[in-house]
Design a protein around this ligand. Structure first.
Ligand SMILES: Nc1ncnc2c1ncn2[C@@H]1O[C@H](COP(=O)(O)OP(=O)(O)OP(=O)(O)O)[C@@H](O)[C@H]1O
Ligand SMILES: [Mg+2]
Length: 356
């Protein structure tokens, strides 16, 4: 159990080693693995003991791989919690062996932060020089021929986003202060993976010049409840193992969690009853977070067995996250739907008195 969150390529080193030693066939310049092996890293390869990490849309992974081999950057858009960032980390870890060249987009992001900046003390003392230059993720990625991740690109101001146009189309960066030495051509293997979530403003405001230099891929919520259940169990297990907690979620409790999420996400129950959908995102990431928290609750405050009640306690926070007025919608769901169900649902009903 490591107490420090390691980058993906460190955490999954053994899987990457297994893939490297079994890898044959053509590799794009600068890639550590063949596209097939990168695909196996993400979608799993039982033969090599490589676990599946992304569920529910295998063709999306192939399309992203094709984009990353080409001249355009990859922009993954989608609802929050659909694994866009997770995918970009996995691609960078497998293709470049390094998922740490990352710029986190915020309204305050500057070109300096993503391209390069200067050590101003040195700059003032000795003028512009390689030593005074502080490479940002883009300059580092271009020099090393690695993938660079831009998280939440649409949160950046448009003019900062547009600094990427030259990077993507010309594949070079010029640092005028360094004269001739300031021409940095990107080494093969360099490309950009950006993410943007559809709840934030922005995708539409991206300049068309920048949009033209990205291939857009929409990452959708998992549609298949069975896959979602598999994923929730697999990810909770990994999180609990990292935390050194030994708890198993009973199958009917996971079933309850997946059902609640599907019903609140779609607005229709399995009996066909229409319920009001909360504003909050009922994403798979949220479901994993709820199951993990419920397991910790049961482990440290309960008898070690998660129940519908542990799920219920966490559900309240998730549903009310975006709009506290949605308490009425949750109350209604409990009164109209959950109350009528038996077994583990009775435990979920038990949180009713924790709502106003
Ligand atoms: N299809 C999926 N396959 C695997 N994990 C998924 C999938 N969809 C959601 N997840 C879960 O979502 C978690 C991570 O989500 P991530 O932070 O990458 O989402 P995101 O799309 O980047 O969200 P945001 O837009 O809020 O940044 C994963 O750790 C996993 O638990
Ligand atoms: Mg993200």
């Amino acid at each position: 159990m490591s107490d420090v969150q390691q980058p993906t390529e460190v955490r999954l080193q053994s899987e990457l080693d297994a893939l490297v030693s079994n890898d044959a066939g053509p590799k794009p310049d600068g890639w550590r693995l063949t596209p097939r092996a990168v695909r196996s890293f993400i979608l799993g390869d039982k033969r090599l003991g490589v676990g599946q990490k992304f569920f529910g849309d295998d063709p999306l992974v192939d399309r992203c791989l094709v984009t990353l081999m080409g001249n355009r950057g990859l922009l993954m858009v989608g609802e929050p919690g659909t694994a866009k960032s997770m995918l970009s980390e996995l691609f960078a870890a497998a293709i470049s062996g390094d998922s740490t060249l990352t710029a986190q987009g915020t309204a305050g992001s500057t070109e300096d932060q993503i391209l390069y900046s200067w050590n101003y003390a040195m700059l003032i003392a000795n003028g512009p020089s390689e030593e005074a230059l502080v490479p940002g993720p883009i300059l580092s990625g271009m020099r090393a021929g690695k993938l660079v991740r831009i998280e939440e690109i649409t949160r950046m101001q448009a003019e900062v986003q547009d600094a990427l146009i030259a990077v993507l189309s010309d594949k070079h960066l010029s640092i005028p202060q360094l004269g001739e030495a300031g021409f940095v051509g990107a080494r093969r293997g360099f490309n950009l993976i950006a993410t943007a979530n559809l709840r934030d403003r922005g995708v539409h405001e991206m300049s068309s010049a920048l949009k033209r230099r990205f291939n857009f891929e929409t990452v959708r919520p998992i549609a298949d409840p069975d896959l979602e259940r598999q994923l929730i169990l697999a990810q909770t297990e990994r999180l609990l193992a990292d935390a050194g907690v030994d708890v198993e979620t009973p199958p009917d409790v996971v079933e309850l969690l997946v059902t609640v999420f599907n019903e609140l996400r779609s607005g229709t129950t399995r009996e066909g009853v229409v319920v009001e959908r909360p504003t909050a995102i009922m994403s798979t990431a949220e479901a994993v977070a709820i199951n993990y928290a419920a397991s910790l609750d049961a482990a440290y405050l309960g008898n070690g067995v998660p129940t519908g009640r542990h799920i219920g306690r966490q559900l309240i926070g998730t549903v009310l996250k975006d709009n506290p007025d949605d308490e009425a919608k949750l109350r209604n769901y409990l009164d109209v739907v959950v109350k009528k169900r038996s077994g583990v649902w009775k435990d979920l009903w038990g949180v009713r008195n924790e709502l106003g």
